[in-house]
Design a protein around this ligand. Structure first.
Ligand code: UDX
Ligand code: ADP
Length: 457
């Protein structure tokens, strides 16, 4: 059976891999190829040991790999055959030159545009999947039109909103699919083709179409709004600790207002992950580059508050533990940026552990998934040790700091942990996941986030 269309995805990472696997499963009439410059990545996608862990992903991949889903290193041949090309390469924050630490590094993205131009022999729809600064599609179009040949490229923006750990679920049942394109007939025709692809499993009323620039900017704005909610509740957690108000009670009280909604209101040691900081800094950079300094300052504050929250957490540990942690053993429970992932990119735990080490604490790190990444993230130090077993990590410790909300930490035997710790024993619950009253009854001095401390002093 010939396929209706050949779809190519350039970049087999966290976004490209799972997205194409779900498209292949839901669109058996489309031939989906995923390519990458990294041959090991492609080999891993062709094995049963996929390069990323996502619940349910292996089953989806296995259901269509070799049928209509192919992972390949043949970038040139795949570009030639493709009708629709998704570009899903990495766009990290720039680390050099103008905009360093703020703007997106577009070198991988631009290289891809030139490759498409070099190998394409027939008209194609180019879909921006990577998160990109607003008006990047314009640059993409300029590059693609630069050869002056008769091949027509129609550029669309189709940002991905999946969250790590729930990628397959999010892709199968998205709140919305966003497609941005140009208003002229060719643009509208391309939007129609991409809409038809998603309509294989997404109800048409959940497929939103906009102009290109709204689509590009929506992705940055969605992440900025989500992160802003966390910084907002984290700012209130600081106020709660001064006033005996309880941040969880406040989250419940305000979250029942349907206009506010109850999700993303959990106070924490700070947000992390590969997107939030990167996308907000990008937004700030763009606003500043248009001279909108008030807009830039407003959003920058979301990141600054996140940094404040991480520093505040360590400062509180220090002051409550009699102004010194030097030489004291501290168990860090969790290092991943959130539960159900081994990903540690921009995890709040990185900053917190580094600061505790600066204070010369002896940090005993444990995490069910993230220890190998933690070993890479942290500079080797005689003050630092890694433990698979949380009981072993807590042995002889003066304090425990909960940094990731792994459900596992809720079900530990805290009587056993307490009896093996130095006294007075402290728990700083940076995710508010533990039963604070019970811990207090066991004998711990408990410091939840944004709530009154429960101490024995
Ligand atoms: C995010 C967006 O949710 C997703 O739409 C986008 O495509 C990519 O960025 P992700 O980075 O996978 O996804 O994680 P997310 O679940 O959004 O959590 C981000 C951070 O916020 C984590 O560190 C998490 O612990 C923290 N968080 C989340 C809180 O501190 N409190 C909350 O209430 C929710
Ligand atoms: P994301 O989270 O946005 O998916 P990742 O870093 O997980 O980002 O994945 C991006 C992928 O894109 C990487 O596997 C990288 O090797 C690949 N890549 C980068 N540049 C190119 C290119 N020019 N051609 C093909 N693949 C590329």
């Amino acid at each position: 059976m010939p396929f209706v269309k050949n779809v190519l995805c350039i970049g087999a990472g966290y976004v490209g891999g799972p997205t194409m696997a779900v498209i292949a499963q839901k669109c058996p009439d489309y031939r989906i190829t995923v390519v990458d410059i990294n041959p090991q990545r492609i080999a891993d996608w062709n094995s049963d040991d996929l390069p990323i862990y996502e619940p349910g992903l292996l089953e989806v991949v296995k259901s269509c790999r070799g049928r209509n889903l192919f992972f390949s290193t043949d970038i040139a041949g795949s570009i030639r055959q493709a009708d629709i090309i998704f570009v899903s390469v990495n766009t990290p924050t720039k680390t050099y030159g103008e905009g360093a630490g703020m703007a997106s590094d577009l070198q991988y993205w631009e290289k891809t545009a030139h490759e498409i131009l070099k190998y394409a022999e027939s008209d194609k729809i180019i879909v921006e999947k990577s998160t990109l600064p607003v008006r990047t599609a314009e640059a993409m179009e300029r590059i693609l039109k630069s050869s002056g040949n008769s091949v027509h490229f129609e550029v669309l923006s189709n940002p991905e909103f999946l969250a790590e750990g729930s990628a397959v679920k999010d892709l199968l049942n998205p709140d919305r699919v966003l497609i941005g394109g140009q208003a002229h007939p060719k643009g509208q025709k391309a939007i129609g083709e991409l809409t038809d692809l998603y309509a294989n499993w997404v109800p048409r009323d959940r497929i939103i179409t906009t102009n290109l620039w709204s689509s590009e900017l929506s992705k940055l704005v969605a992440n900025a709004f989500l992160a802003q909610r966390i910084s907002s509740i984290n700012s209130i957690s600081a106020l709660c600790e001064k006033t005996d108000a309880d941040v969880s009670e406040i989250a419940r009280a305000i979250g029942t207002d349907q206009r506010i909604g109850n999700r993303f209101l959990m106070a924490s040691v700070g947000f992390g992950g590969s997107c939030f900081r990167k996308d907000i800094l990008n937004l700030v950079y763009i606003a500043r580059s248009y001279g909108l300094n008030e807009v830039a300052d407003y959003w920058h504050q979301v990141v600054q508050l996140n940094d404040f929250q991480k520093n505040r957490f360590v400062h509180r540990m220090l002051t409550e533990m009699f102004n010194t942690v030097s030489g004291k053993k501290i168990a860090a429970f969790g290092f991943a940026f959130k539960a159900e992932t081994g990903d540690t990119r921009d995890s709040a735990a990185i900053t917190i552990v580094e600061k505790l080490l600066e204070e010369r604490a002896l940090v005993r790190l444990t995490d069910p998934q993230a220890l190998s990444n933690a070993r890479k993230d942290l500079i080797d130090s005689s003050l630092l040790s890694f433990h698979d077993n949380p009981y072993e990590a807590a042995e002889e410790c003066h304090a425990i700091a909960v940094l990731t909300e792994w459900p596992l930490y809720r079900s530990l035997d805290y009587h056993r942990i307490y009896s093996a710790m130095k006294k007075p024993a402290f728990i700083f619950d940076g995710r508010n996941i533990l039963d604070h009253q019970t811990l207090h009854r066991i004998g711990f001095n408990v410091f939840p986030l944004g709530k009154s401390a429960l101490t024995h002093f």
